[in-house]
Structures are given as structure tokens and as C-alpha cells.
Design a protein around this ligand. Structure first.
Ligand code: UD1
Length: 340
């Protein structure tokens, strides 16, 4: 059964390709290599024993998208990860984000709806909830005005899919990720941020590896247990497995709506200081950090109500924050050739 994975060489995409292949799917990876390396294919092959098919392609090129679908009329579904995801960059270059995250989405859906099986899994984000008034956050929590063009592309992306599904054979699952972290336990694939990492966990592992002097903790007077922000950190392998479950649900026609939404989180919130402690525990290293000003736009606390994903999707996280920190550190050590 052939499945296309856009952004399949990225962080969550590559882990999902591995899980799809483990379940016997034939995978075609699409990536424009703008924020990923072609060597990730070797990492996937080291785990799966086979290299997936790879098409280097920019989804903003409408003609290439059309040609891809002409060549792969036997596709049974698509998992769409390819998107830009840096919040600050999206404020500086909004039109790039709208073109990359929404233009491409439109082209994909235009082609997909012509296939007999138009199953589509979309990477959305808990950013759509903003600072939710209620915690844990259910899928019914209010969508808040987006804080950035990046956040807006996720909200509008969801709307585009719903509108398209209304008038076509498209079926879709929108997965709202909380904070995916970690790496494959084999250390063959993991996160590869370009330049200085903006996200917490790659910054921690790069600091421990000696690439950064110290971690800046953004604020410690939030109304939380220790004053630092709370997030729901979920192991990337658990996130990847949820995509396979969601896809299978569409393939088996088990979905109850043409477009369904599920939160992907653990249900447990952790503060920034708890993440640092978890890292120190599994690595045996002290992490240098200092408290600095709050980062504009950060919400105080966000963690998922996982009941809908657990009950309806039949998926549950298996890995812990410590597992994620151990695997992220193992990966960082491998790519930096650090022995201890
Ligand atoms: C951010 C985005 C989110 C996006 C996600 C994926 C914001 C407000 N949210 O999530 O929309 O989907 O990235 O790219 O930008 N922290 C530090 N020091 C650091 C880095 C982070 O203290 O050097 C703290 C942050 O204040 C936050 C937590 O660590 O409390 C997690 O930050 P991060 O990994 O950037 O994720 P989010 O901000 O939750």
C-alpha cells in the first residue's frame, strides 16, 4: 500500500516513515531539502533495512505536484509534514510562510481529490489553542487568534482542509501536536535544527555537547509550580506511531467524520526546570543555565487532554520525558562524535 510523506526527511516526518515501513507500507518521501539532509535516508534505511523512494521536490511548484500525482495514481494516502515552523521567522517573512505552508497545501489537495482514495493526515499544532482558558486542553477548546503568521498557517490550513473535504472525496485527520521531542532510540535519526535552535530540547542537548555556553530560561515568575512555563513534551516516536494509527483509521473507513481532530500529547505538563532536571538525570551532566526575560508570545501553560485520542483513535503514549531526553542526548552525542 503506497503512502506519500511530504517533509519525510524532517524530524517528525522521518520517524513516521520508519513506523510506516515497520507496518509494511510502501513509502514515497517528498522533501525539498530546505531544512533536512538527504543523508536522513541512510538513517531511515539503517533502521528499516530498506531505503524509501525519494522525490526531491518543492511543493510550491504546482506543475511538479501535478506530475508527481500523475506518476503515483496508486497512492492510498498522504501524510503532509512539509512546512516551515519557526515562529520568529514567520513574523519577519509572513508571505514565505503563507506560500510555503498554505500554497503547497492547496496544490496537494487539488491533486489528491482526483484520486479514488484521498486520505490525508495533516500536521497541526497546539498553537491553535493559544493560552487555553481550561487545562488540560480538549479538542473542543476555543481556537484563539493566532500569535504569528506560522500559527495562522496551522489554523487556516485546518479550515482549508475542512472546506475541501466538504465538497470532495477527501478524508482527513488533523493532528494537533503538543511539544514533540527526543529521537529514535537507535540514534540513527533525530532532530537537526538549522543554526541556533529555537526550541528547548535541541538547545539543551547542544549546550551539553559544548556548542552553546548556557541555556537561557525564558522567565521564572509565571504562575506555575516553579515559575517557568509548562508544556506537554511528547516523544517523537509516540507522535510518529499516532500517524500510522490515524492513517489506518482512514484506510479502514473507521472515521466518524470526514475531518477529525486529535490532540497528540502525553497529558502531563512539565516546567522548563523539570525538563532540565530530567536531562541532568539521564545524562549525568550538569546543564549550565540562567534565567532571562520572558520570550514574547510564550503561553504560560499548555498540556493535552488525551482522552479523545486514547478512546477514539486507540492510541496512547508509551514513552516518558526521561526516555525522550535520553534519546535526544544519545542522538546529539552521535552526531557530534561524543563518547561519554
Ligand atoms: C514553539 C512555538 C509553537 C511551535 C513549536 C514548534 C512559540 C510561542 N511556540 O512551541 O507554535 O509549534 O515551537 O516549533 O514560539 N524555552 C526556554 N529557553 C529556550 C527555548 C525555549 O526557556 O532557549 C522555553 C520556552 O519559553 C517554553 C518551552 O521552553 O516555555 C518550550 O519552548 P519551545 O521548545 O520553543 O516550544 P514552544 O514555545 O512550546
Amino acid at each position: 500500500m503506497k503512502i506519500a510523506v511530504t517533509g519525510g526527511l524532517g524530524f517528525i516526518g522521518s520517524h513516521t516513515v520508519v513506523e510506516l515501513m515497520a507496518k509494511g507500507f510502501e513509502v514515497v518521501v517528498i522533501d525539498n531539502l530546505s531544512n533536512a539532509s538527504v543523508e536522513v535516508l541512510d538513517g531511515i534505511a539503517a533502521i528499516s533495512g530498506v531505503k524509501p523512494q525519494f522525490e526531491e521536490m518543492d511543493l510550491r511548484d504546482k506543475a511538479s505536484v501535478a506530475a508527481f500525482f500523475k506518476q503515483h495514481t496508486d497512492l492510498k494516502g498522504m501524510i503532509h509534514f512539509a512546512a516551515s515552523k519557526a515562529v520568529g521567522e514567520s513574523v519577519e517573512n509572513p508571505l514565505l510562510y503563507y506560500e510555503n505552508n498554505l500554497g503547497s497545501l492547496v496544490y496537494l489537495l487539488q491533486e489528491l481529490q482526483q484520486l479514488p482514495e484521498a486520505n490525508f493526515i495533516f500536521s497541526s499544532s497546539c498553537t491553535v489553542y493559544g493560552q487555553s482558558k481550561t487545562l488540560p486542553i480538549t479538542e473542543n477548546a476555543a481556537i484563539q487568534p493566532a500569535m504569528s503568521p506560522y500559527g495562522n498557517t496551522k489554523q487556516v490550513g485546518e479550515e482549508i482542509i475542512k472546506d475541501a473535504a466538504n465538497v470532495s472525496n477527501i478524508k482527513s485527520v488533523l493532528l494537533r501536536y503538543f511539544n514533540p521531542v527526543g529521537a529514535h532510540p537507535s540514534a540513527n535519526i533525530g532532530e537537526l535544527p538549522l543554526g541556533v535552535p529555537q526550541n528547548l530540547v535541541p538547545f539543551i542537548t547542544q549546550t551539553a555537547a559544548g556548542l552553546r555556553k548556557e541555556l537561557s530560561v525564558y522567565g521564572n515568575d509565571y504562575p506555575t509550580s516553579d515559575g517557568t512555563c509548562v508544556r506537554d513534551y511528547i516523544h517523537v516516536v509516540d507522535v510518529a506511531k499516532a500517524h500510522v494509527v490515524a492513517l489506518q483509521r482512514l484506510l479502514d473507513n473507521k472515521n466518524t467524520d470526514k475531518v477529525e481532530v486529535f490532540n497528540l500529547g502525553t497529558g502531563k505538563g512539565s516546567t522548563v526546570l523539570e525538563v532540565i532536571q530530567a536531562f541532568e538525570k539521564v545524562s549525568g551532566k550538569r546543564l549550565p543555565y540562567k534565567i532571562v526575560d520572558k520570550r514574547p508570545g510564550d503561553v504560560i501553560a499548555a498540556y493535552a487532554d488525551t482522552r479523545k485520542a486514547n478512546d477514539e483513535l486507540g492510541w496512547k503514549t508509551k514513552l516518558t520525558l526521561e526516555d525522550a531526553m535520553r534519546d535526544a542526548w544519545k542522538w546529539e552525542r552521535k552526531i557530534r562524535s561524543i563518547d561519554n
